[in-house]
Design a protein around this ligand. Structure first.
Ligand code: ADP
Length: 334
């Protein structure tokens, strides 16, 4: 899902173009194959032009040959290094966070120290149920190193640009991406490219993908302490939400949410927060537009009990067994 490339990289590969640190993967064009509808001189957005134009204000020759739609697409997938997610924003996952920092962040910050025997793995795969923080980890990596971060998801490429359900096209895209990645030598200090993949279907990866991402890290559902931290963050003083939850209430919510993912927890809190609003609207329907936080009663345990009926755990227990089996077989031990 994510791909990192050091800003100082200037790889001279025959098929890829690197322009002022921005990597334009030609696989996208190649994989889409065939003549695009407007592969002549469709206009690029001002943002893309600003990103790619040389000192003369012109688009470099190599890029002019590409389908403008493709160029737009790749540029729209670049998340800049100022992504604001910090490690502390990610609740739980302590071991994974530590390992990711050692494997990814340290070598990016000091490549000379991490050569030879200390060379980092070519790629890293984060796997686990949906909504557990894999994407957040990718963003935290981007925020912590000076790298151009491409967050490329096959589904976003296929649904936005090719049309839904085009599995074949998406498969070709991924294959071509892996081929291109293999063409980069990650041990060369000026060509630091790291592939960070994230998936909730690790067993569907083919052998080529597995080879390219030799370290596979299980990102499981949040433990009780992590769920408590999520509640604290979402309902703490900074949230502006008034609550009347005792520590015992919080403990009950944490206990009842075993099996919830991080995104389930977020949805549950949002749903619970609607409780006081619904009550206020029922009482003051005539002045809804004037209601402010001060008019709302504080959030209570009952709001969570009601919300939990609407927002259940999205991951089935049997799926967890599958992830654990996969982890036992392929997961990195740490
Ligand atoms: P995925 O594992 O599917 O990539 P995301 O990282 O996109 O999941 O998480 C989706 C949302 O769920 C996040 O934006 C965040 O609000 C919440 N979330 C998931 N995991 C965590 C976590 N460990 N800590 C804090 N928030 C989380």
């Amino acid at each position: 899902q994510g791909m990192l490339r050091g800003r100082d990289s200037s790889a001279k590969r025959p098929q890829a173009s690197s322009v002022r640190g921005a990597f334009i993967p030609p696989f996208v064009k190649k994989a889409l194959d065939g003549p695009a509808e407007n592969d002549t001189d469709g206009p690029l957005s001002a943002k893309t032009l600003q990103l790619l134009a040389g000192p003369d204000g012109e688009l470099p020759g190599a890029l002019q040959k590409l389908d403008p739609r493709t160029v737009e697409m790749v540029c729209s997938e670049i998340l800049d290094g100022r992504s604001s997610v910090q490690w502390d924003d990610i609740a739980g996952q302590d071991q994974a966070k530590r390992l990711v920092q050692e494997l990814v962040v340290w070598p990016m910050l000091n490549p000379h120290l991490f050569m030879g025997a200390r060379a980092p793995p070519k790629g890293l795969l984060l796997f686990g149920p949906p909504g557990t923080g894999k994407t957040l980890i990718g963003k935290a990596i981007a925020a912590n190193i000076s790298a151009t971060f491409f967050s490329i998801s096959a589904s976003s490429l296929t649904s936005k640009w090719i049309g839904d359900g085009e599995h074949e096209a998406s498969r070709r895209l991924k294959t071509e991406m892996l081929i291109q990645m293999d063409g980069c030598d990650p041990s060369a200090a000026d060509r630091r490219v790291l592939l960070v993949g994230a998936t909730n279907r690790p067993e569907e990866l083919d052998e080529a993908a597995r080879r390219r991402m030799p370290k596979q890290l299980y990102i499981p559902l949040p433990c009780a302490a992590a769920r408590a931290a999520m509640l604290e963050r979402q309902l703490g003083p900074a949230s502006g939400v008034r609550t009347a939850l005792s520590p015992g209430d919080v403990a009950k919510i944490v206990e009842k949410t075993a099996g919830y993912s991080g995104s389930d927890m977020r949805a549950l809190v949002q749903e619970a927060c609607q409780g006081p609003v619904r009550d206020a609207v029922a009482q003051h329907a005539h002045k809804l537009a004037d209601l402010s936080e001060a008019d709302l009663r504080p959030l209570v345990l009952r709001d969570f009990q009601v919300a939990a009926r609407a927002q259940r755990a999205s991951v089935e227990a049997c799926e967890i067994v599958r992830y654990e089996e996969y982890d036992a077989k392929h997961g990195a031990r740490y």
